[in-house]
Design a binder for this molecule. Structure first.
Ligand SMILES: [Ca+2]
Ligand SMILES: [Ca+2]
Ligand SMILES: [Ca+2]
Length: 383
């Protein structure tokens, strides 16, 4: 064998024994420290990254970065795990963390189970491959709170601020993302920044695994669509459209009986012409209204709505209007939609004693009810 051929075979043997391909690097992510910024960069430019960042359980001055099988490299002094799928990097001298995952459908998880990050973060998801897109997933410890404010002008950017019970804060600014998963916080506050918010709250799942039941919050703020928020197992969820830039807000509520793990859900809509619409399914739906809550599979409290309406759609639907906590200042309307069989769609008034109740029948199915001290209740399509 000529010497050159021998050298080539020697390189092949060395490369194979080191578990490395011969030409080009394996798809990897590099972690480097540049002027105080810890940069986490997809070197391949196109692979779908699944990264998890967490403080080290034994030493919170170290950042643990896991690459879900992808090789992580780092030449930072003191970094442990260069060339493996799990890297420990000292946070000394780190002023902020910047993630750039470039092409592919990437998912970055910030896991707070061993403490809040001591620095702010920036995540650029880059371009995406499929409709799933780039995801940020924030896993809380059950104690911290978090707020999410979508960017006022961009549909793919936003800001998440995480707070520890002791009051320290870490902020994540993101760009180039699709959905946001927030899991396991004491309080999650959604703060859209536009004046007029159009918001849906639907049953669904987390966007990362598609297996955890979630309340999915989607819509527009000030006419700009925002990244869908998937809220899982947060103790208190607050949709706050009322205090930053108030306006006329429009909420649509789906059946939230899907076991999403929240203890309370509240809408703070402030002033303006704020409306809530419960949107029934094609099956049987049951909605209970009080003057401060709508229970459609799960109780959602509100502060100051100007109208409430329920569309039952098909199926035998039931709306209960409960006066036990007070009178209704906002008009209520109920469209029973189609029905399947007797007894059809029903309206139940309960919890109050009234001297004067006036019924106006437009026909056998439609009409209105006026009760002293309350706004008018209008119904259509009832049996
Ligand atoms: Ca991407
Ligand atoms: Ca409002
Ligand atoms: Ca229905």
């Amino acid at each position: 064998m000529p010497p050159r051929t021998q050298l080539f075979f020697l390189l092949v043997v060395l490369a194979l024994s080191a578990g490395q391909p011969l030409w080009g690097d394996p798809p990897s992510t590099e972690v480097l420290l540049r002027e105080g910024v810890l940069e986490i960069v997809d070197l391949s430019g196109s692979k779908s990254d699944l990264l998890r960042l967490c403080l080290d359980a034994a030493d919170p001055s170290q950042l643990l970065i896991e690459g879900d099988g992808h090789v992580l490299t780092s030449k930072i002094p003191g970094a442990i795990g260069d060339g493996s799928a799990s890297l420990r990097v000292p946070l000394a001298g780190v002023a902020s963390i910047a993630l750039a995952t470039h092409g592919g459908d990437d998912c970055v998880t910030l896991d707070l189970q061993h403490g809040l990050f001591p620095v702010d973060l920036h995540y650029d998801g880059g371009v995406q491959d499929t409709a799933k897109g780039d995801i940020v997933r924030i896993q809380g410890d059950g104690q911290c709170s978090i707020s999410y404010a979508p960017d006022k002008l961009s549909s793919t950017s936003g800001r998440l601020v995480m707070r520890s019970p002791a009051g320290s804060e870490a902020c994540l600014n993101f760009t180039g993302l699709e959905p946001v998963d927030v899991i396991g916080f004491a309080i999650l506050t959604f703060n859209p920044l536009g004046a007029e918010d159009v918001i849906r709250m639907d049953p669904g799942f987390d966007s990362t695994t598609g297996t955890l039941s979630a309340i999915v919050i989607s819509g527009t703020s000030g006419g700009v669509a925002f990244e869908t928020l998937h809220s899982v197992n947060n103790t208190n969820l607050i949709i706050n459209t009322g205090t930053i830039t108030d306006g006329d807000d429009d909420f649509t509520l789906g059946d939230l009986s899907n076991g999403h793990g929240h203890t309370s859900v509240a809408i703070v809509s402030g002033t303006g012409n704020d409306m809530l619409h419960a949107e029934g399914t094609s099956g049987a739906d049951a909605v209970v209204l009080t003057n401060s809550s709508v229970t459609y599979g799960f109780r959602v409290d509100f502060d100051n709505l100007t109208s409430l309406d329920v569309s039952g759609n098909d199926g035998n639907d039931s709306v209960t209007i409960d006066f036990s906590v007070g009178n209704f200042t906002m008009p209520i309307s109920y469209d029973g939609g189609g029905q399947t069989s007797s007894p059809g769609d029903v309206l139940v008034l309960t919890g109050g004693t009234f001297a004067d109740v006036g019924y106006t029948f437009t026909n056998a199915n439609d009409g209105s009810i006026d009760i002293t001290g309350n706004a008018t209740i209008t119904y259509t399509g009832l049996e």
